[in-house]
Design a protein around this ligand. Structure first.
Ligand code: SF4
Ligand code: MG
Length: 318
């Protein structure tokens, strides 16, 4: 068993046994067909883990993820994941036509004699000139590689695309082009997206609904426009006020009080209490249940009381 291998390697000093971390705890939501769910939170909040679970790459240890495919045809690979660096996820020894055509060939999504034109159409649809089909991925720019990655994901006719920081490595102008491509493809193919990003600007642009995670828990979930206009959870508020500079390249100070606690030993009660300017003694002891507040799901004991309150103290470096 892999357990034994891990223990053996640990004894050899090669691998340390992994502590048990609950990366995603009691997350429950419904994804509506044709909509874009934006998942936000600082690094280590569990958003990538949640994305991998939705994409079927990681089984949940408890609970389930159900895909209702309706009465339509059932697809071989209904979920696809798109990662930040398209180059690292594309085999450098394969030509673009192989990268895009491999899965539909293996899964017999198209007839062998139609494969080439299928691949060319997909490339064209994603903004890649099909005449470059014999080139290798490294011969393309970051934006083009992401287009190739999207064409490859679409080739298996998925219903859900999980994009994990898919535009984070791109220049702002290229980012906008790729986001527009995602939106056009959604309309054309009726796709559903889970868009994971630390960049709230990206999420605000693309998401219909947002899910805010903190240390593996959902702290707020609701219509993106409403959440951005009036965040109810203090953590969401801190994120949206732009207080924690999420873009590490621009960090000059740490305005949100304290560091992100370790997910191995998270704070008691409300995980956010050591950093929350509204925290009360109750917050240290009781875990806030997710409740309906203003038509949203919010996990904060004091959500109603603090809606229109300013922070009692400024967010400060400690
Ligand atoms: Fe802050 Fe308490 Fe709400 Fe947690 S439950 S976010 S500590 S006010
Ligand atoms: Mg991540």
């Amino acid at each position: 068993k892999s357990d034994i291998v891990t223990r053996l390697l640990a004894r050899l000093g090669l691998v340390r046994p992994k502590p048990v971390v609950t990366a995603v705890d009691g997350v429950s939501f419904t994804l509506e067909r044709g909509r874009v769910l934006g998942v936000v939170g600082e690094s280590g909040c569990g958003k990538s883990t949640l994305g991998r679970m939705i994409a079927g790459l990681l089984p949940p240890s408890e609970g389930e993820i159900t895909l209702d495919q309706g009465d339509g045809e059932h697809r071989a690979m209904p979920m696809q994941m798109i990662f930040q660096d398209p180059f690292s996820s594309l085999n450098p020894r394969k030509r673009v036509r192989e990268l895009v055509g491999e899965a539909p060939r293996v899964h017999r999504i198209v007839k062998p004699n139609e494969l080439q034109s299928y691949v060319e159409q997909l490339m064209e649809r994603c903004g890649i000139d099909p005449t470059v089909r014999d080139r290798y991925a490294h011969q393309f720019s970051g934006g083009q590689r992401q287009r190739i990655g999207i064409a490859r994901a679409l080739a298996v006719e998925p219903e859900i695309l999980v994009a994990d920081e898919a535009v984070s490595a791109l220049d702002v102008s290229v980012q906008a082009q790729i986001i527009n491509l995602f939106l056009d493809l959604r309309d054309e193919f009726g796709l559903t997206y889970v868009f994971i990003s630390h960049d709230l600007g990206v999420i605000e642009h693309i998401a219909d609904t947002i899910l805010v995670m903190y240390l593996g828990r959902v702290v707020e979930h609701g219509p993106a426009e409403e959440v951005f206009a009036q965040p109810l959870h203090p953590y969401t508020r801190a994120l949206i006020d732009g207080v924690p500079r999420l873009d590490r390249r621009r960090v000059t100070y740490e305005p949100i009080k304290g560091d992100i606690p370790s997910p191995i030993n998270p704070p008691s009660g409300c995980h956010f209490h050591p950093r929350c300017p509204f925290a009360q003694p109750q917050c240290r002891q009781e875990r806030p249940e997710t409740r309906q507040v203003e038509g949203r799901q919010v996990a904060c004991h004091l959500a109603e009381e603090i809606i229109n309150q300013k922070e009692p103290t400024a967010w400060q470096a400690t």
